[in-house]
Design a protein around this ligand. Structure first.
Ligand code: FPP
Length: 259
């Protein structure tokens, strides 16, 4: 177990859940079995995040580019998503977790969309943690969609182009509704962002682990958070040590809490 300082948790953690296919293939299984194990990791990590007290967890469950995978694999992923929603609904409510999505939800099969929208409605009043599933999501697509909407409003005379700045642009991005990402984790050893939350991760701390997503445990999440707590987040300013100020996120201390 890692030593995590509960007073200096990242507010918003985002995860690129990678390596399901390789996990399955390494054991001679079909790739879809890797996704099934991957959805068990989702259950584990949602629970652990809530227990820790994170405000927001965003998971990259299906990218806009994943539609290009073989139909069998896409179908399997949609089934797993539906199973997850049906089986976790009550627990999400019990634990006070609000479910939302980002991405082009209209592209999902009607049946999955129906279940998804039902769970979103049933949990919209909950506020202990927000779980965001990125589904048919692409960071570039999200930014392009927002730019198009802003251009449309400006062309219609409803918006002064001079008023478009970092803050107002961020406000129209669905991914920013839960605030910027503090910690971005990617499993499976790949060192890429892969079109995930391009805007919201501007100042995120990045954590890459060799662990494949199906084998990612609570302990791995705690390790990622403990590593985050060792960082000096400068946001373009100079090191806090040089100013004598306290760093924004306190480093783990001996009195930290074991979780
Ligand atoms: C990447 O691994 C993972 C995905 C494209 C899908 C992630 C889906 C799940 C974890 C399960 C279903 C989701 C929910 C919310 C229940 P990969 O297939 O690209 O792995 P590889 O790089 O080893 O091939």
């Amino acid at each position: 177990m890692s030593l995590v300082d509960l007073r200096a948790l990242p507010r918003h953690v985002a995860i690129i859940m990678d390596g399901n296919g390789r996990w399955a293939q390494r054991q001679g299984f079909l790739r879809t079995l890797g996704h099934r194990e991957g959805s068990e990791s989702v259950r584990r990590i949602v629970r652990a995040s809530r227990r820790l007290g994170l405000d927001a967890l965003t998971l990259y469950a299906f990218s806009e580019q994943n539609w290009e995978r073989p139909q069998l694999e896409v179908d399997a992923l949609m089934h797993l998503l539906e199973d997850f929603l049906v089986s976790e609904r009550d627990e999400l409510i019990e634990r006070g977790i609000r479910l939302r999505t980002i991405g082009r939800r209209h592209r999902l099969p009607a049946r999955v969309r129906g279940v998804l929208e039902g769970v979103m409605q049933d949990t919209e009043h909950l506020d202990r943690m927000t779980l965001t599933l990125a589904l048919s999501y692409g960071g570039q697509e999200e930014i392009a969609d927002a730019a198009r909407e802003i251009a449309r409003q400006a062309a219609a005379g409803a918006l002064d182009p001079e008023r478009v700045d970092v803050r107002s642009f961020g406000n129209v991005l669905p991914s920013m509704e839960v605030g910027p990402v503090d910690l971005l984790v990617r499993t499976s050893g790949e060192l890429r962002i892969s079109n995930f939350l391009l805007w919201a991760t501007a100042y995120a701390e990045l954590h890459f682990t060799e662990r494949l997503w199906p084998e990612f445990t609570e302990a791995d999440l705690y390790d990622a958070i403990a590593a985050y707590q060792m960082r000096d987040r400068r946001f373009g300013r100079i090191a806090s040590a040089a100013t004598g100020e306290r760093p924004p996120a306190a480093a783990p201390v001996a009195s930290g809490v074991h979780v």
